[in-house]
Structure formats: structure tokens, C-alpha cells
Design a protein around this ligand. Structure first.
Ligand SMILES: CC(C)[C@H](C(=O)O)[C@@H](O)C(=O)O
Ligand code: SF4
Length: 426
């Protein structure tokens, strides 16, 4: 019987099967940020086990609240910084060089097809866009990962999501994934891997595939995953060119990480996206999704463009295209957080930052900040935010605040009008 890509990654990384159905895998990457890793560090220290399995496989960043906003966040940063120094973790990204983990680490070429990746962060599934098995874990798993370079998982039952057809003008990866989550429900993929396939995925950039995989967890998925192809090779080429004679050779090597034609899936879902409209969430769960037309006219107080879902250069380009020559509505505050310093610099070079500033946006440094209501744009009670992020839980961006998730294009159009707006009709 054939294997899915996730099964292939499991069988090539299997260290142990202590109980039937529990697989202990060798890890290629343990990613760390300043919110969850200090808790693991403190516990390892307390146990007298302040060690790391391999400093080269561990990558760390201060990204959630940076620069620190208070003593608590300063201490979290300090703990991560000192730990990285103590264990000679070279790839540690501090103020000035730091960005949102799920944008920064791929951009640095740290994620490759066939890799096993864990992090103490629920959106670690993002890295599956490269054909990796990437999962968010809790503190105990993170500690074991840091110490031993292994992590236990259950059998990777896979839901295959076939995305066929072509996206209409003004419809993006974010709309696709919001729609898919709406169909699956927030628990529809719990403990499952979501394998994204089909002509729509084949035609997507790595950035768009990351947007897809990023939100797999919002349907409960352990990981999202895409099969590596020439788009993957092209993205990684600056980092892998010395490993292969040419791109064709890299592509051939990457094709090890393809699901077999006779692989078994728990479920196969087919979606034709030809008629898909831009999607917007309502209420406090990411599967509460409507088409933009149904949400149009809803007033917002703030528009937030950024995060590990949609803070990449493509996203800023799309938003700037709409904002060019236009101004924010009087009633709206606009905040844009480019997800990494490179994205910020590229946006500067392309004149995109200028467009945002001319429109009246506040441009922040690369950070999660407002996404989880920690800094740089927390909502007041009763306020509404149009956001390109991935979660609309009650109070996430501030107590009593409401978040509507949408694409950068819809967010930009909404910023201009002050009410949720279909960017195709602006
Ligand atoms: C802080 C971290 C644990 C959290 C997560 O795991 O997702 C954050 O990134 C979020 O998006 O809420
Ligand atoms: S940008 Fe938001 S969703 Fe992504 S890692 Fe940061 S807080 Fe979590």
C-alpha cells in the first residue's frame, strides 16, 4: 500500500514505537519563541537538565512582544536570549533582526521538505507548506524536544483537500482557507494532517501555501502540508544551490516527499474554487465564515494587516495596490506590521511603506503584537477590528473586542471605507 507524505516523513524519522500507534520521531527542527520556551527552560533548569540536543537544529526568536513592553516581557526575552547564548544557539533573532517566527524561519531557509518540526506555538503548521511535518506542541513535548531531539505523535491520519479550478480576480489563499475551515468546522480536522492538493495549490506561491497551512490548526489539524515542487525549489534555491548541480536535481530529490497515488486517506474533500467569493468571519470562531457581500457594511474601528498568516510581502503588495492614492476612512485606525525585517525592507524599496503611510497607516516593527492583543494595537471594549490574522476568539485582540478575519485585499478596502468592503467593488 502506498504512503502519504506525512507517513513517509514518519517512517523515515521513526526512533521508537513505545505503544502501538505512538510514534517517537527524530526532529530536524525545534523552533522557539519568548512566550513558551522560557517556561520550558525554567523547568529544565529546575530538573538539572539545562542542555540542548543540538544547537544547530534549534532556532529561536523574540517575536510576540518586541521590543519588550514591560518587565514581564523583558524577562521572557532575557531568559530566551541568555539560554541561546549559554547553549551557543547561533540562529537566535533579537530586536532589530527579529520577525514573526512562522515568516522569519522559512525566509531564512530553515525549513526543508521531509523535515520534522516542532515549536511551542499552535501555528507551527505553517511550515508544512514546504512539505515538512510541522506541529505545535505543549511545554512537556517542547522540553523533550530541546533535550533529546525527539517528539511523540499519533498516527498521521490525513484528510486530503483537493482544491481545483481557478481563483477569480481578487480572491486569495486566505479566502480559500477561510472557506475550507467554514466547511470543515473548528474540530473537523482534530488530530489529523490536512494535505492540500490540486491545481489551485500547484499555482500558488510559497507565501500563499504558508497562508493555507497556517490555518490548518483553526480546523483542529495537527499540521497542514503541501507537496514540494518547483515553486518550493525556487524559494529555497539560495539556501540549497550548493547541495545540487541544478534545480532539476533538487526537484527530483524533493519528489521523495510526495504522497503515493495509492496512499490511503481518511477522507478526501473536493472543492471547486471557481465561484469562491472573498470570505470574512463573523462571531468568535474561525469557522463562522460568510462571503464578503453578506458582511459588507459592518463598521470597523481598526484595520490590522500583518501576522504569520498575511504579513508577507505579497500580502503587503496586494493591500498597497488598493490603498495607493487613497486614504483611511476618518473613523478607522490602520496598523500594518510587516512580518520580518526583510519584508519591511522589500516593502520600503518597493514604495509600499510610503503608500501605507500616505494612506494614514501606522507602520510597526515586525512583531506579533496586536494579533494576540499584547501590544501595538490592542482593542478597547466594544471595538471592532478587520484583521488579516488567523484567530477571532472572543477578546483575543483586547477584552470585549471583536475581530473579523479576512484577506489583505478585503482589509485594505475596509480601511478605506470604514466598513467591511469588497475590494473588487471599491
Ligand atoms: C503565544 C503562543 C503560545 C500562541 C500560540 O500558540 O498560538 C500565539 O502565537 C497565538 O497565536 O495565540
Ligand atoms: S502572528 Fe499571531 S498567530 Fe502568528 S504566531 Fe504571532 S501571535 Fe500567533
Amino acid at each position: 500500500m502506498g504512503q502519504t507524505i506525512a507517513e513517509k516523513i514518519f517512517s523515515t524519522h521513526l526512533r521508537d514505537e513505545p505503544f502501538p500507534g505512538t510514534y517517537v520521531l527524530d526532529l530536524d527542527r525545534v523552533l522557539c519563541h519568548e512566550i513558551t520556551t522560557p517556561v520550558a527552560i525554567a523547568d529544565l533548569q529546575w530538573r538539572g537538565k539545562d542542555r540542548v540536543f543540538d544547537p544547530d537544529c534549534i532556532k529561536a526568536v523574540i517575536d510576540h512582544v518586541t521590543p519588550a513592553k514591560d518587565s514581564k516581557t523583558a524577562t521572557q526575552g532575557k531568559m530566551l536570549r541568555e539560554w541561546a547564548r549559554r547553549h551557543e544557539i547561533k540562529d537566535f533573532f533579537d530586536v532589530g533582526r527579529n520577525g514573526v517566527c512562522h515568516a522569519l524561519f522559512p525566509e531564512k531557509g530553515f525549513i526543508r521538505p521531509g523535515f520534522t518540526v516542532i515549536m511551542g506555538d499552535s501555528h507551527t503548521c505553517t511550515h508544512g507548506a514546504f512539505g515538512a511535518f510541522a506541529a505545535g506542541v505543549g511545554t512537556t513535548d517542547l522540553e523533550v524536544g530541546i533535550l533529546k531531539g525527539v517528539c511523540a505523535f499519533r498516527k498521521p491520519n490525513t484528510i486530503r483537500v483537493n482544491l481545483e479550478g481557478s481563483l477569480a480576480q481578487g480572491v486569495y489563499a486566505k479566502d480559500v482557507i477561510l472557506y475550507v475551515i467554514g466547511q470543515l468546522g473548528v474540530n473537523g480536522a482534530t488530530d489529523r494532517v490536512i494535505e492540500f492538493r490540486g491545481s489551485v495549490v500547484d499555482g500558488m506561491s510559497m507565501e500563499a501555501r504558508m497562508t493555507l497551512c497556517n490555518m490548518a490548526i483553526e480546523a483542529g489539524g495537527t499540521s497542514g502540508i503541501c507537496l514540494p515542487d518547483m515553486t518550493t525549489v525556487n524559494y529555497l534555491w539560495p539556501f540549497i544551490s550548493s547541495d545540487y548541480p541544478d534545480k532539476e536535481a533538487a526537484l527530483k530529490d524533493f519528489s521523495r516527499w510526495h504522497s503515493d497515488a495509492d496512499a490511503e486517506y481518511e477522507k478526501v474533500l473536493d472543492f471547486d474554487v471557481c465561484d469562491l467569493e472573498p470570505q470574512v468571519t463573523f462571531d468568535y470562531k474561525p469557522d463562522c465564515v460568510k462571503s464578503v457581500g453578506e458582511m459588507a457594511g459592518t463598521p470597523v474601528d481598526q484595520v490590522y494587516i500583518g501576522t504569520c498568516t498575511n504579513g508577507r510581502i505579497e500580502d503587503l503588495r496586494v493591500a498597497a495596490e488598493i490603498l495607493k492614492g487613497r486614504k483611511l476612512a476618518d473613523t478607522v485606525r490602520g496598523i500594518v506590521s510587516p512580518a520580518t525585517p526583510k519584508i519591511f525592507q522589500d516593502a520600503l524599496a518597493e514604495g509600499i511603506i510610503q503608500v501605507f503611510m500616505d494612506a494614514g497607516f501606522c507602520v510597526t516593527n515586525p512583531t506579533c503584537g496586536a494579533c494576540l492583543g499584547m501590544s501595538n494595537g490592542v482593542l478597547a471594549e466594544g471595538e471592532v477590528c478587520a484583521s488579516t490574522s488567523n484567530r477571532n476568539f472572543n477578546g483575543r485582540m483586547g477584552k470585549g473586542g471583536m475581530v473579523h478575519l479576512m484577506s489583505p485585499s478585503t482589509a485594505a478596502a475596509t480601511a478605506v471605507k470604514g466598513v467591511i468592503t469588497d475590494a473588487r467593488r471599491i
